[in-house]
Ligand binder design. Sequence first.
Ligand code: GAR
Length: 186
Amino acid sequence: MSLKKIVILFSGEGSNLENIIKKLHQKSVIVVAAITNNPQAKGIEKAKNLGVDVVVIDHKEFDSRESFDAKLVKTIQDFEVELTVLAGFMRILTPIFTDHIKAINIHPSLLPLFKGANALERSFASEMKVAGISVHEVITELDAGKIIMQKCFDKSNMDFDTFKKRIHECEHELFPNAVLEMLAAH
Ligand code: GAR
């Protein structure tokens, strides 16, 4: 049986991108490409080092969110993938994208809490005893699509660096499984 194709979108460090490629690429899926809006993203090197092509679509070269999204959609459709995986992709998407692309996103909080920017910092600063991460389907409303998987942990007495490390550990454990579950279900 041939492996299903995915594309991964990212904007920065790319630790989730790297983790998914290492765990799944050419084993359970084919990562046909990684796409970034940021020509300086550290993840570019990481993907290339693991043999995955990178496409840069710099959002600053477009005069509207819609024209950027149209280019993104065309690029993704040309790859003929089953699923688009947003791994730290820091752009707000319009219906041009969400109406045409089946995508999942990872978010560093227990949704529906702490939607939007700086979720990790706001979750850390909150009075809650627990924190966690969510993988959800991408819809037009920000961080509001159906939740696919979540993982939580006790954050009492954690300093910020330990908290951040724990968030990333949870993400790296959960996200590849969520990708596989989503592919199996569709
Ligand atoms: C991850 O923590 C992810 O949850 C977050 O960006 C980080 C990317 O890290 N995404 C969001 O905040 C989306 N709103 P990475 O580049 O090392 O994978």
